[in-house]
Structures are given as C-alpha cells and as structure tokens.
Design a protein around this ligand. Structure first.
Ligand code: DAH
Length: 344
C-alpha cells in the first residue's frame, strides 16, 4: 500500500513537470486530486484495512495529497508569470497617441431655463404639477371653456389653434393655462402650482414665432389672495431671474380667465430703456400675462368664489430665454445647431 502511494506521488510529480500549459496542468490536477482520483479512493478504503496500519497510511495519503497540491501550485505560478510577461510584452502602451474624443452631451437651453424657473418658483412656495395632470393633447373644455373663453373668441379660430382632424373638440393645447383647471379639479385650496410645458399654435414660422413653443403657468388659490400677492410674487421672480437692477411695470390688459388682468414688462435689456429696435422704441419688453383668477373660473371648477380668490400668470419660456441672453431668433432653439446650443 505504501509503495502504491509513493508511486502515485512519483507519477504525479512527473506529469506535473511535463505539463506544458494551464490546461494540461488542470488535467493533471483533476487526475490526482479530484474525488474520483486514486488517492481519494485509497482514503475512502482506509476503513477496510488493518486498524493498526490506518494511522500511518492515512497520514501518508494526506501528506502526498498536500505535496501534489503544492507542486501544482508552484507550476501554476510559473505559468501565470509566463503569461503575464507575454501580455506585458505584447500590449505596449503608446502615450503619445491621440485619445478617443468623447463628446459630452448637455442639457438643452430651454430645459435649463425651465429648471431655473421651477427652482425660483419652488423657492417662492409653488410646487410643480405632474405632467399627467396637464396633457398636450387637450379638450377644448380645458383649453378654453373652463377658462371662461367665449365660443366666438378669436383664439379658438383654426388659424390660431390646432384642432384634431378626427375627434371633435380635441386640440393641441394653445396655452398652459388649462393646467389651472386640472390643478383646481385635482386638489382643494390652498393651491400653489406651476406647470411648464409645450404649447402649439398655428402660426407661420418666423424669427419671433414658432408653431411649437413652451410656457410656464402659475396659479395660487387661497383665502384672502389679493393683487398685492400677485405683484409681490412676480416682482420677486423677476428679481431672481433677471437680477435686481431691472425695473418692471404692470400694465392693464385683458385675458378671459383673469379679472383684472395685467401684462408685465421689464426694462429693455438691449438699450436699458432708451428705446431700440428690440423694444420697438418703447424701452420696455413684455414678458408675461397675469391677473386675478376670474370668479367664473373658480365657480366653474366648484370653488366658492365668495370664500376663495387667486392669481394666475403665464409666460413664454423661449421669450424669457431670448431676453436674458439676447437671442434674436426663436428658431435657433429648434434647429439643433451645436454652435448655438454649446453656448449655454
Ligand atoms: N395663457 C396666456 C397666453 O398664452 C398667458 C396668461 C395670461 C396666463 C394671464 C395666465 C394669466 O395665467 O393669468 O397668452
């Protein structure tokens, strides 16, 4: 028995020695150290031999297993370093070669304006309304009727509004103001929301007008909301967006869903108020529409207008961006010209 074990050891050492690659070495390992190996079978047979011989034979099989294992380990290392050296020799790095240029993407100018506006209004206590509550494909009722807009109002004209060809009273929203209705139908006062998004108008495209553009809508409804709250909120917004040194003015206006209504102008950023072609000589640039929510609108969504009042505002995101950065053509936002987009 002892001889048998020593012979196994000799054979294993010999085969390990002559293995010429990792695969062959693995085969040797399998042959001598696996469960089905001769050595292992001998170990299993120990219980059948003369008990007085067991300790000696047992110790010997263990010792031989260990020795074979060590030999394999050593040989493994030899192969490992051989391979590594080969690899290092073949994979030389040339640090003088040009690297691969990876183009970095960035947020679109309009998206960063939206992000900035949202941040400002959140700071002023407004929350972003979820998009699902204010869809781009809208029913006339939300885009016009519930906003107190008469049936014969010119904005409803197909010249301004895109109507679905195959569904009655379905439009591409022409303003984000419908979000006010969604908000008031989905939550009870106090309400303070903003809703940015795309709007569509049937315009002929020019440097000043595109048939797709973006607006952000704001609505505040609570007890005791007054025009002063509206003015304070918007002045603070303008201060944060344009900087503190820019004078503003509120001008009388009309919108069907607000009463009274106003438009807000900021002093022309091009001429500083002296009058130039950008501001058509007036020294002022109109940036938004706003007003106190018309009681008809509140009643239309079931809010008691003798208890609650509110203000609303809406503005064009392209326009705000153009005024801040002196961009003179709205089409630049949609042409995907990197020379333009990279600048912001
Ligand atoms: N929806 C108006 C527009 O597209 C802008 C507007 C005016 C929104 C007054 C308002 C508002 O919320 O109160 O021209």
């Amino acid at each position: 028995m002892e001889n048998k074990i020593l012979e196994i050891k000799k054979n294993a050492a010999c085969e390990i020695n002559s293995a010429s690659n990792l695969k062959e070495l693995d085969e040797v390992k399998n042959k001598y150290l696996s469960r089905q190996s001769e050595l292992n079978n001998l170990k299993k047979g120990l219980k059948d031999i003369d008990p007085s011989l067991r300790p000696k034979i047992g110790a010997l099989t263990n010792e031989v297993s260990k020795e074979i294992e060590n030999l394999i380990k050593e040989k493994n290392e030899v192969f490992y370093f051989e391979e590594l050296n080969q690899k290092l020799a073949s994979e030389k790095i040339d640090p003088t070669l040009d690297g691969t240029y990876i183009k970095k993407g960035k947020v679109h100018t309009l998206t960063s304006t939206v992000n900035e506006l949202v941040e400002i209004f959140e700071h002023l206590g407004f929350s972003l309304i979820e998009n699902k509550y204010s869809p781009e494909v809208e029913v006339e009722k939300y885009n016009f009727d519930l906003l107190n807009t008469p049936k014969e109002h010119p904005a409803r004209d197909v010249q301004d509004t895109y109507y679905a060809a195959n569904a009655e009273h379905v439009v591409l929203r022409s303003q984000t103001s419908g979000a006010q209705i969604h908000a008031m139908k989905n939550q009870k006062p106090p309400i303070r929301i903003i809703a940015p998004g795309r709007v569509y108008r049937n315009e002929s495209v020019s440097a000043r007008k595109n048939n797709l553009f973006h607006q952000i809508e704001g609505l505040c409804v609570d007890k005791d909301i007054t025009f002063t709250d509206l003015k304070g909120t918007l002045n603070e917004f303008i201060r944060l967006y344009f900087g503190s040194s820019r004078p503003t003015r509120f001008r009388n206006s009309f919108f069907p869903f607000t009463e009274p209504s106003a438009e807000v102008d900021v002093q022309c950023i091009m001429c500083g108020g002296k009058g130039c072609s950008t501001c058509s000589g007036t020294g002022w640039l109109e940036i938004l529409g706003c007003g106190m929510v018309d009681p008809n609108v509140l009643e239309g969504v079931g809010i008691d207008s003798s208890v609650y009042s509110g203000f609303a505002f809406g503005m064009g995101i392209e326009r705000l961006t153009m005024l801040k950065y002196a961009i003179d053509d709205i089409r630049l936002f949609f042409n995907n010209d990197e020379r333009f987009l990279k600048q912001f």
